[in-house]
Each structure stands twice: as C-alpha cells, then as structure tokens.
Write a protein that binds this ligand. Structure first.
Ligand code: GZL
Length: 326
C-alpha cells in the first residue's frame, strides 16, 4: 500500500513541478516549435533620411526572417524619446537591447540601469561616448572618420587641391557628424588651397539641407563657393534643389561630394548633378542579428564590428545603379 501512495505522491509532485515551470514560462513568446522566442528591444533614431529608412527596413525584415520578436521604437530624432524607449525595454525584460544613439553623450545613466537589469546592449550604426565600455557588448557600424577621409581624398584628386568649400554637417553631437568632419579636415590640412568657407548643420535632412544651402548662396561668400561637402546624401539632394533654383548647375558650377550612397544619390550622379557619394551601408540587419543570436547563446562576440564600404563617383553610377540594394 505504502509503495502505491509513494508512487501517487511522486506523480503529483512531477505534475506540480511541470505546471510551475509552465506557469513561470507563461507569457514568454514561443516560436512554432514551442521554443522561447528571442525578444529584442530596438530604439531607432527616426526616419530623417533615406539611409535611416533603409536601415529600419533591414532590421525589421531580418528580425521577421529569423522569428525574433522585435519591440521597435522610433524616437523622431529626440534623445529623450530614445532614453524612454530603453527604459521601457528594461520593464519588458527583453533579451537584448539595441539602439542607434542620436548623439554621443548623455547615455551613462540609462546604460547603467540596463546593466543593472542584466540586459546586454548592442550599439547599432553610431557609437556613444562613455567612461565605461562594459556598458555595451559591441558596436556595429561604419568608420565615419575614414568616410570623411575618403570624401576629402576624392575631392583633392577632382580639384587638384584648390577649392572653396561649403560644408553641410550632420546632426550636432552625433558620431557621424563629428567624425566625418574630422576625417575630411585631416585630408584638407595638407592642402592649404582647399578651404571650408561656410559650415553649418543641416541635421541630415533634405529640407534643412536645402534651407541652409540657400542661405550659403545668399551670403557674402556665396559667389566663391565651388564645392559642397555634405555629411549625407539627403542634405546634398536638398542643396541641389537650392543650387538649381539659384540658376546654377549642381555638379558643374558647384561640385558635390556626399556620404551614404543611397539610390537618390546614384540617380543624381547619373543626371550629372552630384559628383561622388562615399558609401555608408545601412543594411546592418543580418550582421546585427547574428550578434544577437551569439549573445543569447552565450558566445563571445567582438567589441567592434566595422561595416565594409566603397566610394562611388559619377563615372560608376550608371553601371552600379541597377544593383543598388538601398
Ligand atoms: C550613418 C548614419 C547617418 C547617415 C544619415 O551611419 O548614422 O544618419 O549618414 C542618417 O543619412 O541620418
């Protein structure tokens, strides 16, 4: 009899344990095979440029392809909205947090909260300036300083080292704006006849790029400007409109070199209105989710993943355009 009772107690115990496990798993997303789904919180800067839209599309498409649950937040280019989203991901107890920081500074407090919650962080596209790099697992993105150098080297070759340059800078305080300026000026310092005579932010948008370049053309130095260096294609495309409305020929009266390599830039190069676009690849989704899966599996990952990119000028645009992915 006692053996029978023992068996019943054992079965009841196993059932209770099974139910308890099931209950603590309650609410955890499952994939088709009942396996716990990876949940990633992603805070995106906004939709300020064609580059950003392609970046968002790559991230969303790759998450869907891998069956990863993506909690996606668009910050409309405001740091406070990103910080709010990062805090909400802590509450959601996501497995990994990834974000593209709109500016380099102001992240330490929220990154410490995330570290305290034991959630790993991936920096996507842009870096942060923090005193403790254990606050993030890895940074995947381009080398913006090199992108600035590439734009400068191309311009030296194109102009023979003589130019009066107007510069449209990206978002103030952002890694690409700081580093693209740094790299470009590093090249210019060996060419005293290449001078930046106007420089202002266009915040990476086409509208602001047009507005600021209109003001450049109306300024006392306006007539001297014979080159535009834009930190991204969207601002360059806005400036092209301003140049045409002022009765000048973009790509001829004013040479234009910009960065990103979006489809609109290739179309402008084919039309002879833009002369060079330094590529900055937005299609980070596949590499980023490789890193996510490695982190979740407890594997080691590199602290820095650099994205490979090229330089395209008007001579290559026509051939390259049909196969561009963004
Ligand atoms: C660069 C990215 C920049 C692009 C802009 O990696 O952060 O932000 O150059 C975008 O087009 O707005």
């Amino acid at each position: 009899m006692s053996k029978r009772i023992g068996e019943i107690v054992l079965v009841a115990g196993l059932l209770a344990a099974g139910m308890m496990l099931a209950s603590c798993d309650k609410g955890q997303p499952k994939d088709g095979a009942g396996k716990k789904k990876i949940v990633v919180g992603f805070s995106q800067i906004g939709a300020e440029s064609d580059w950003r839209k392609a970046n968002t599309e790559s991230i969303k498409a790759e998450a869907a392809k891998r069956g990863i649950e993506l909690k996606f937040a668009d910050a409309q280019q405001k740091q406070e909205n990103q910080i709010q989203a990062l805090r909400s991901f802590i509450q959601m107890k996501v497995d990994v947090i990834a974000f593209s920081p709109v500016v380099e500074t102001g992240w330490e407090p929220v990154l410490r909260e995330i570290k305290k919650a034991g959630i790993p962080v991936i920096l996507s596209d842009r870096a942060v300036d923090v005193s403790d790099d254990s606050l993030f697992k890895t940074f995947i993105g381009a080398d913006f300083v090199e992108e600035g150098r590439r734009a400068g080297r191309w311009l030296v070759k194109k102009t023979g080292g003589k130019a009066k340059i107007a510069e449209l800078q990206g978002t103030p305080g952002s890694a690409p704006a700081i580093d693209r300026k740094k790299g470009f000026e590093e090249i210019l310092k060996d060419h005293p006849d290449m001078k930046i005579i106007k420089s202002q932010t266009g915040d990476f948008t086409r509208a602001k790029g047009k507005e600021v370049f209109e003001s450049f053309l109306k300024s006392p130095e306006g007539k001297e400007i014979n080159v535009l260096y834009a930190h991204n294609d969207d601002m360059a495309l806005g400036a092209i409109q301003a140049i045409e409305e002022a009765g000048k020929k973009p790509g001829k009266d004013i040479l234009i070199v910009s960065i990103d390599g979006v489809r609109g830039a290739f179309e402008a190069m084919v039309a002879g209105k833009l002369n060079c676009s330094v590529e900055c690849n937005p299609l980070l989704g596949p590499q980023m989710f490789d890193l996510v899966e490695k982190i979740v599996a407890g594997q080691e990952i590199p602290k820095r993943v650099v994205v490979e990119e090229g330089v395209f000028d008007e001579s290559q645009a026509k051939e390259a355009l049909p196969t561009r992915k963004y």
